[in-house]
Design a protein around this ligand. Structure first.
Ligand SMILES: [Zn+2]
Length: 241
């Protein structure tokens, strides 16, 4: 069932500024909720079915100082432009343009060299990161699946809004390409977590002991994602909604 429809509205902020907020109609919500979300534009207004949009927007207007404070706390976004620094499992990468007509992306040490027209720069970086994430994740996932006596079906690399990975009931594992910007042990933990779901499609005791077979530590990577996850979602093109 499609529960939500998204819309964007402009909210006036103190000091004469303004921001977009996402507005979501909800059949389930009991009251108007204004909250911080990782996706753009960073603030979401949830409007219960029976509440008029005008009333919800008034509610948000009363909370504009709170909204301004939350937006100020957001980590700055980093566009994929020449000179930008990207965190990477191997350390840090600097984005470097190179003149040329054939589109290409190639890593040389700590440089990610992007060839092609200027307007394609950001998309080329994005494509390289997706392939790089696949190359980092696939062999680990295969090895871990073998270790627990399961066979991998499919691996999908995408950009889910809130999850780092998931496992479907048919055994397809999905991962966020953004994990390639996390420390290696964090990526390894997320792979182990999803591979363990091939054996246990739940978060019970047996599931966690399977994860423990595959990686040394789970607490530190989980904590890392809680602390730094929002930052990883601020790289590249802002996610539209
Ligand atoms: Zn899980």
């Amino acid at each position: 069932m499609l529960e939500t429809t998204h819309q964007s509205h402009v909210l006036d902020l103190p000091g004469g500024r303004a921001t977009n907020i996402a507005v979501r109609r909800s059949n389930r919500a009991r009251r108007i909720i204004l909250r911080v979300v990782e996706t753009e534009p960073g603030i979401e207004l949830v409007v219960p079915k029976r509440v008029a949009l005008r009333e919800a927007l008034e509610f948000a207007g009363e909370k504009s100082a709170w909204v301004a404070a939350r937006l100020a706390e957001r980590p700055p976004s980093v566009a994929f432009v020449p000179g930008a620094l990207l965190p990477h499992i191997s350390g840090e990468l600097t984005l470097v343009p190179r003149a040329g007509t054939v589109r290409d992306a190639e890593r040389t040490g700590a440089l990610l060299v992007i060839t092609g027209p200027e307007h394609a720069f950001s998309a080329s970086v994005g494509r390289w990161l997706i392939e790089d994430a696949r190359a980092a994740i696939r062999p680990q996932a295969n090895r871990m699946a073998r270790e627990i006596g399961h066979k991998l079906r499919r691996i999908r690399i995408g950009d889910p809004a809130t999850r780092w990975g998931s496992c479907s009931s048919t055994g397809t594992l999905s991962f966020s390409w953004r994990l390639v910007m996390a420390p290696a042990e964090v990526l390894e933990y997320v792979v182990a977590h999803e591979v363990a779901h091939l054996a246990e499609l739940n978060h019970g005791k047996r599931f966690w002991s399977t994860v423990d077979l595959l990686v040394d530590d789970t607490a530190a990577p989980r904590q890392w994602l809680r602390t730094n996850g929002a930052k990883l979602r601020r790289y590249g093109e802002p996610r539209a909604r």
